[in-house]
Design a protein around this ligand. Structure first.
Ligand code: NAI
Ligand code: 2PC
Length: 312
């Protein structure tokens, strides 16, 4: 307990963290979260401080999972960057504590953890909610989250076609060149989502970019951006007509502009589906609204530390 914290860099997280290990840990954590038993988990709503001068926010995400022996907090700064800005839009650090003594065991870069656990949560939503014979995946956005979503969706599912849209063709083409498999570049959102079975929205949009009228009935949308109460990625029609799943009811009804401003009803948490206390209505059009949870960072950070210690 006297030893100084281990510091694990972004590159080291990238080296040791694998979706195949991460997904089962996240499934278990989401299921525990939705049981709402404070003996198993304490994870308050994220507190968010606005950084008005810089168009950004600092989110604090503490979590305690007693049975897993995990005490952690993620600190994440996220920004509404102007077009052309070269500054990062999300930066994060996860602290892992020894819950008995209170000392910090590890300081872990949170950028890769954030991107991979968010994409893995979307992939879990798709496992349960996407049409059974899904052939077409559309990714809206070409940043860090777009890449992690491309990676996990193509690792665990087999799509006949993957499409990408960005506001500029150049960015979509650069994204398509940067990944291993074939990606069709689309010039409009409508073209990208037409007849798509799974759609991932991973943009910094603050107004709707995806409209219900363009979507095939039965499609699944994993909506990852728009993490503020006045930000949107999806329009009212889509939010009201789809069956809406969330990572956290409390988070969604406090932080999600898509949920709050559309007046949509939240049908279930993803953890409730995993616990089989709420059904997965795969045949309907579904939206998984993701805001990000401290428990996801907590179990990811523990996994990183375990793998790092095993390979050091
Ligand atoms: N739900 C969750 O757990 C998490 C959500 N996020 C959110 O996901 C979104 C994407 O994050 P990153 O990929 O890290 O960001 P990024 O900055 O790497 O990529 C953002 C993408 O959105 C595009 N974009 C920016 N403004 C737009 C607009 N008005 N309309 C359409 N596209 C626009 C950019 O061109 C870029 O392709 C952000 O809103 C971020 O806050 C990030 C991490 C976790
Ligand atoms: O959970 C997370 O890390 C974030 N959610 C919105 C921006 C960052």
């Amino acid at each position: 307990m006297d030893s100084p914290p281990i510091v694990i860099s972004r590159d080291e997280v990238k080296r040791v963290l694998r979706y195949i290990d991460l997904i089962p840990r996240l499934e278990s954590a989401l299921a525990i979260f939705s049981r709402k038993n404070s003996l198993e988990i304490i994870q308050p709503l994220r507190s968010v401080i606005p950084l008005s001068k810089y168009n950004g926010f600092l989110g604090l995400m503490p979590t305690y999972m007693e049975q897993e022996g995990i005490l952690s907090t993620k600190m994440v700064c996220f920004y509404k960057r102007e077009d052309g800005s070269t500054l990062p839009s999300t930066q994060a650090t996860v602290l892992l504590f020894n819950p008995e003594y209170g000392n910090v065991k590890a300081i872990i870069d949170g950028e890769v953890i954030t991107a991979m656990r968010t994409a893995a949560a979307s992939a879990i939503s798709a496992k349960w909610l996407m049409p059974a014979q899904a052939e077409v995946l559309a990714i809206l956005g070409t940043g860090n989250e777009a890449l992690s979503h491309y990676n996990v969706f193509t690792e665990i599912f087999t799509f006949k076609e993957v499409r990408v849209w960005s506001r500029t063709r150049e960015r979509a083409e650069a994204f398509s060149r940067s990944v291993a498999g074939p990606v069709k570049v689309c010039v409009t959102v409508e073209e990208a989502v037409k007849d798509a079975d799974a759609i991932v929205t991973v943009t910094r949009a603050t107004q709707p970019i995806l409209f219900g009228k363009w979507i095939k009935p039965g499609a699944h949308v994993a909506a990852v951006g728009a993490c503020r109460p006045d930000w949107r990625e999806l329009d009212d029609e889509l939010m009201r007509e789809a069956v809406v799943y969330v990572d956290s009811r409390e988070g969604a009804t406090t932080e999600s502009g898509d949920v709050i401003l559309s007046g949509a009803t939240v049908f279930a948490e993803l953890g409730e589906v995993l616990n089989e206390t709420r059904p997965a209505l795969r045949e309907k059009t579904t939206v998984f609204k993701s805001l990000g949870l401290g428990i996801e960072d907590a179990v990811s950070a523990k996994l990183v530390l375990e793998r790092w210690e095993a390979t050091e």
